[in-house]
Design a protein around this ligand. Structure first.
Ligand code: CP
Ligand code: NVA
Length: 337
């Protein structure tokens, strides 16, 4: 495998299958050493800029803690803190950041910004979520899947994604299934299947790829799967006005006991990138439950969310280890294994 040194990650398909497996193996190694307090620092003295145009808990904290654990420094650049994109173009900003930093994480709206950051900064750029993709999340999810079934090859996994299949998580999951060749069922109303403009030769709605299957029929989509993955029905940056129609159209695709029964698999596990709207304990959760007269969660019911089959907190912890693996691989020339 070629080294990942100085590599960017604008989307998961920037990596080969071999590189993804390497990143996951390195995540496992780094996680073990972090837990054993035997971690060695591979990127001491490196500087990383963290540009966030959208909110974040996991991604921001994972980048900051990963960098700190590894001896690197971070600068958090929030939506209102700098001239980037307002008084100064992305091109000029990227040229400046490229002289000061060793790498940039970008969370925002457009993939064009990512591409411009890469072109003009000439340093590695990592996508921490755009409207289109969320590759670092899927790296953590693949690691979590491997941890859950250590004896089963990732290529033999069967996963269903239910809900809004036009969002960044669905797109990156489809990329992962294409690269790794595991079985993925996209289970959503037809109007929520991936947008045609996103479809490259690697995406197809024709169900002619043997490992990716699109259906709006829930029973057909979840039968015998190992995992059901879901995400919020309205993503960051979308208008609150769409909640009404999303709830109406996607409520049948909620993860609940009925859906679990349809899997016919007593060992089925749940994946969710979080945050999840499963109860009234967040401001938005409370508002939506009251406004739309819902009493047990939106994309997932509270009982299933709080059950042991839900792996979302393990996925969250793994954001740290996989992002650390990415930083170490792209910023250090040292061969770790
Ligand atoms: N899953 C995820 O990306 O979470 P944050 O929005 O909190 O970063
Ligand atoms: N699809 C979600 C993912 C959050 C991690 C969003 O973009 O808000």
């Amino acid at each position: 495998m070629k080294t990942l040194y100085k590599k960017s990650c604008l989307k998961l398909s920037n990596f080969t299958c071999e590189e993804i497996f390497y990143l996951i193996q390195l995540s496992k190694f780094l996680k073990k050493h972090k837990h054993n307090k035997t971690e060695k620092k591979y990127i001491q003295g490196k500087n990383i800029a963290l540009i966030f145009e959208k909110q974040s808990t996991r991604t921001r904290c994972a980048f900051e803690v990963a960098a700190h654990d590894q001896g690197a420094h971070t600068t958090y650049i929030g939506p209102n803190d700098t001239h980037i994109g307002y008084k100064e173009s992305i091109e000029d900003s990227a040229k400046i950041l490229g002289t000061m930093y060793d790498g940039i994480q970008y969370r925002g709206f457009s993939d064009t910004v990512l591409k411009d950051l890469k072109k003009y900064s000439k340093i590695p750029i990592w996508n921490g979520l755009t409207d289109k993709f969320h590759p670092t999340q899927i790296l953590a999810d693949l690691f979590t899947i491997i941890e859950t079934f250590p004896k089963k090859s990732l290529k033999k996994i069967h996963c269903a994604y239910v809900g809004d299949a036009q969002n960044n998580i669905a797109n990156s999951l489809i990329e992962a299934a294409n690269i790794i060749n595991f079985k993925l069922n996209i289970v959503a109303p037809k109007s929520y299947w991936p947008q045609k403009k996103l479809l490259t030769k690697n995406y197809s709605l024709n169900n002619n790829q043997k490992n990716i299957f699109y259906t709006d029929k829930i029973q057909e989509g979840v039968r015998n799967v190992d995992f059901i993955y879901t995400d919020v029905w309205v993503s960051l940056g979308e208008s609150d006005d769409v909640w009404g129609s999303r709830i109406e159209e996607l409520y049948p695709y909620q993860i609940n006991k009925k859906m679990l029964n349809m899997t016919n698999n007593p060992d089925v596990k749940i994946l969710h990138c979080l945050p999840a709207l499963h109860n009234k304990k967040s401001l938005i959760g409370l508002k939506l439950h009251n406004k739309f007269k819902i009493n047990n969660g939106l994309e997932i019911t509270d009982d299933i969310f709080n059950s042991s089959i839900n792996l979302s907190f393990q996925q969250s912890e793994n954001r740290l280890h996989t992002i650390k693996s990415l930083l170490v691989s792209c910023l250090s020339e040292e061969k770790i294994f």
